[in-house]
Design a protein around this ligand. Sequence first.
Ligand code: SAH
Length: 392
Amino acid sequence: MGKSQSSCPYAKACGGCQLQNLTYPQQLQYKQVKCIRLLGKFCHVEEILGMENPYHYRNKVQAAFARTRSGKIISGVYQAKSRRVVAVERCLIEDEKADEVIGTVRTLLGQFRLTPYDPDRQTGFLRHVLVKRGFQSGQLMVVLVTGSPAFPHKRDFLAALLKRHPEITTVLQNVNGAHTGMVLGARETVLYGPGKIEEQLGGCTFQISARAFYQINPVQTEVLYRKALEFAALRGTETVIDAYCGTGTIGIFAAKHAKTVVGVELNGDAVADARENARRNGIQNIRFIEADAGEFLTGMATAGERADVVFLDPPRAGSSLAFLRSLVSLAPARVVYISCNPETQQRDLLYLCKHGYRVRKIQPVDMFPHTNHVETVALLTRKQARLQAVNG
Ligand code: SAH
């Protein structure tokens, strides 16, 4: 694991791997220092858990399509801070099969005389390709994101794609004609297969749909979830909340060791996946609510309901004040806060520490090698018994 800078020709133009110029051990050190700087005031920060092989870990790959001035079709990533597409044919962190499929789509566009979509002029056909791959299952989803519902030569295009890659298990068309930074639009049609893929994780099977969030680094997801469950120290008697639950993964693992679990998630597709995932893994003591996590928790707090353990795994912006306030009034004995942004986690931990909690453990996990992102799991416990707090 020497320096990888020289082996990625796109490093500078792409900008996605901010730590390319460091060796992997140096990257881990950098992230450790960052976590200590932001979170070290709360408690001791455990040593970051890194990957044995920190390459090609991304099981979800998306490529933007464009045409160069000379008319060549390229696909890749948006250059940092601009809308120009940087052509990328092989990426060191993406799944290699996904990159192959994207390369084939590029070739097929030329063969079928289809063009990349130009959002400014609203002309052309293909805007993005999204590939999701089951690391254990090998199942492969390809989503063709187009500017309009029209798909010239659809049948022949699909047949050619599947002939080149018989390992593809499902193909979807997603229509996104909006002027937006989002890759996927709201409209989706299944062109081949079931429209979803399955993946195995920690002895359970999970269904993943195109628009639902699913962790992008399967190897480290196991490491992360194992820590989160260890921190929760469930005994089988607890009422548990899995907030920002995505497709229900954490809650489903927790349900095996708890009395009952409620998962709450804003994205309807993810909630549908979560319910199906619970059913297919035979987990009956879990239910999922489609709602804003803050509103849901406020409702629970107002109704005087209780929870013993709360997991929360919010997006980069962190949790909302409404959520944190209600969390404090629900007063769970343990809070397991999983975060992909230690800066917002620091802010939220500060609030919880001012309102009756103490941070007991912090474990960084390297989910995104070569980038400057770092994931952390924090365990908080209540300082006093709930009754005292209420009476006092
Ligand atoms: N715990 C899951 C997902 C974490 S990603 C996992 O490990 O896979 C964060 C999730 O929060 C996403 O699924 C996103 O859709 C959801 N989310 C974002 N804002 C939310 C909100 N205000 N209320 C509930 N869920 C929200």
